[in-house]
Ligand binder design. Structure first.
Ligand code: F6R
Length: 608
């Protein structure tokens, strides 16, 4: 959700803010704005639309100040127009705030503030906070922010500036990520490191309930109750190159094509072929606890939930333990039955998803061990879980998750293998799986060579109104994920089902206009899925089959076949998802959609 960036230092703030906002645009892109402290004045420029439109509006202003804050918005309260865009200001236009999160008690506070004479110009929850700060402001911004925060309920990552204290930015965090970038006599604040990595890789992550006061010489961190806290400055590991398109037209395509490398990165240093074993440093000291588990619960949202479903199949198969998968949004509210012998694994690319984070906190209250599978290093979930495994695939910028999905499945496979080797699996069996895992990147490369063929299919079916995706076993979650990719970036309605469920309802939808994507690889349910294909053909449905190389029989039944190489059944999702990612990508292009910034979506869902 919303991206925020701030700068105080010796350089001109404006280009730093604009560049930072461009990096953050994947977090929200319906409107944007900046506040600059400029020759003793506070200048605000806001613009509906993308950052490039904001950039055009500020171009003429020629701001030279070296303190400023900027925001790119994903609307929660109020339509995306200029008045609702951030920064918001107080009645006297002395203060400016940018905010990521939701203020839950805003309407009560707004009524109280109106009675006190404040005038509101937007429909946002954020605006009440700046008026509340104004209420407490007596030339001490830090204190006014602290007093105001004590009155609000909800989540926030905020930056606040005052024209009366132009040498200062006040930052505070509760539930929405915020970090401080440390340069030489210059400081940055941002909702994620990609906004500032061009200038510094040294960052301090604020925790919930903390604030930071930045000036030209230093930054000070405290709790919002005014207790000093010491923050460690850490080094961000990714490069600028990783957050650029690298010659691809879209981040999503780059991330799909990077998968051979990202899957390799995710396995690097972890697989030990010589003894058929796995080393996952983060889990090492918790192995006994994990091995004693009587039940595993996996919880996540969206694409990460789909990889959890694949994890369920793999972990049950290899560990013979009951595994439950739950949407984090349901899990956190349904009073789940947990005990110390149940381990919970949460999966989140961003490590910031509000529902997944709330699930972590619920589990901790119930005293069950909770482990994380995250991509973003230093993210809140990574820090709040007992231990975990990073994906190590670099920043995922495309709003539609692709490389994180394949890495999540790879990590789940590695966890299953690690535990199975300690429980029952022979070194020989372990070696066989590792050899297959190591062969996956090359097999993905081979599938990527089918890009043009898949593009033609997208041209053929890109104008369809609906798509159905069907798979069985390990490839049922792939059907769900294929359908999610299609709907989120091409806006074609798409549904995924276990293939056998088709007869229980969705079959009613099938006619000559319905493309049905079958994941029909040669596994134990192959014959059954062939029968499902026959059922679709009997009703004139159009069949696109993802099948195993060498399967000539399927050509007689399907209208189109995309071949993927053979692998072990439980590794097959790592291959079968790739053509479905490409199909969704090309369908979106055929339809003229903005692939990296699909409508209404944003990366990292930090609100409930
Ligand atoms: C879909 C997508 C979302 C995310 C979901 C969870 O392409 O990206 O469904 O998977 O919002 O996000 P994380 O994994 O960051 O918790």
């Amino acid at each position: 959700m919303c991206g925020i960036v701030g700068y105080i230092g010796k350089q001109k703030a404006l280009p730093i803010l604009i560049n930072g906002l461009k990096r953050l645009e994947y977090r929200g892109y319906d409107s944007a704005g900046i506040a600059m402290l400029e020759n003793g004045d506070l200048q605000i420029v806001k613009q509906p639309g993308k950052i490039c439109e904001l950039e055009e509006s500020v171009a003429a202003a020629n701001f030279t100040g070296n303190v400023g804050i900027g925001h790119t918005r994903w609307a929660t309260h109020g339509v995306p127009d200029r008045k609702n865009a951030h920064p918001h200001t107080d009645c006297r236009k002395r203060l400016a705030i940018i905010h990521n999160g939701i203020i839950e008690n805003y309407s009560t506070l707004k009524n109280e503030l109106i009675l006190k004479g404040h005038t509101f110009v937007s429909e946002t929850d954020t605006e009440i906070l700046v008026h509340l700060i104004e209420e407490f402001y007596d030339n001490n911004l830090e204190q006014a922010v602290r007093y105001a925060l004590a009155e609000i309920q909800g989540t926030y990552g905020i930056l606040v500036v005052s024209k009366d204290e132009p040498e200062m930015i006040v930052a505070a965090r509760n539930g929405s990520p915020l970090l401080i970038g440390v340069g030489e006599e210059e400081y940055f604040a941002a909702s994620d490191a990609s906004a500032i990595i061009r200038h510094t890789r040294d960052v301090a992550y604020l925790d919930d309930g903390e604030m930071a006061i930045l000036n030209h010489k230093t930054f000070v961190t405290k709790t919002i109750h005014d207790k000093p806290v010491t923050k460690y400055v850490e080094r961000v590991s990714f490069d600028l190159e990783q957050i650029e398109k690298g010659g691809y037209p879209h981040f999503m395509l780059k991330e799909i094509f990077n998968q051979p490398e990202t899957i390799r990165d995710c396995m690097r240093g972890r697989l030990m072929l010589e003894n058929g074993d796995v080393r996952l440093g983060g889990l090492e000291v918790h192995l006994d606890q994990m091995l004693k588990a009587k039940k595993i619960v996996l919880t996540a949202c969206g694409t990460s939930w789909h990889s959890a479903l694949i994890g369920e199949y793999i972990l049950e198969e290899l560990l013979r333990l009951p595994v439950e998968v739950d949407y984090a949004s349901e899990f956190r509210y349904r009073n789940p039955v947990l005990d110390p012998e149940t381990i919970v694994i949460v999966i989140s690319q961003s490590g910031e998803t509000a529902d997944t984070l709330a699930a972590v906190r619920e589990v901790k209250k119930m005293r069950s061990p909770v482990f994380g599978i995250c991509n973003v290093v230093g993210s809140t979930i990574a820090r709040e879980t007992l231990a975990g495994v990073y994906l190590h695939v670099g920043p995922e910028i495309g709003v539609a998750s692709t490389k994180a999905f394949t890495a999540q499945v790879t990590v789940l496979m590695q966890i299953a293998l690690l535990l199975a080797r300690r429980k029952w699996m022979s070194a020989e069996e372990g070696k066989k799986i590792i050899r297959e895992l190591q062969a996956i990147p090359e097999k993905v490369e081979k599938i990527l060579q089918l890009d043009q063929k898949i593009q033609k299919l997208a041209e053929l079916y890109g104008n369809s109104h609906n798509f159905l995706y069907l798979g069985r076993g390990y490839n049922f979650p792939v059907a769900l994920e294929g359908a999610l990719k299609m709907k989120e970036i091409s806006y074609i309605h798409a549904e995924g089902y276990p293939a056998a469920e088709m007869k229980h309802g969705p079959i009613a939808l099938i006619d000559e206009n319905m493309p049905v994507v079958f994941i029909a690889i040669k596994d134990h349910s192959y014959d059954k899925i062939i029968s499902n294909i026959e059922e679709v053909k009997a009703r004139n449905g159009r069949v696109i089959a993802v099948a195993t190389e060498g399967d000539e029989k399927i050509k007689e039944r399907a209208d189109h076949v995309i071949y993927v190489p053979q692998t072990l059944d439980f590794l097959s999702p790592l291959l079968t998802i790739v053509p479905l990612q490409l199909l969704a990508y090309h369908a979106a292009i055929v339809r003229g959609c903005n692939v990296d910034q699909p409508r209404n979506l944003a990366k990292s869902v930090t609100v409930e």
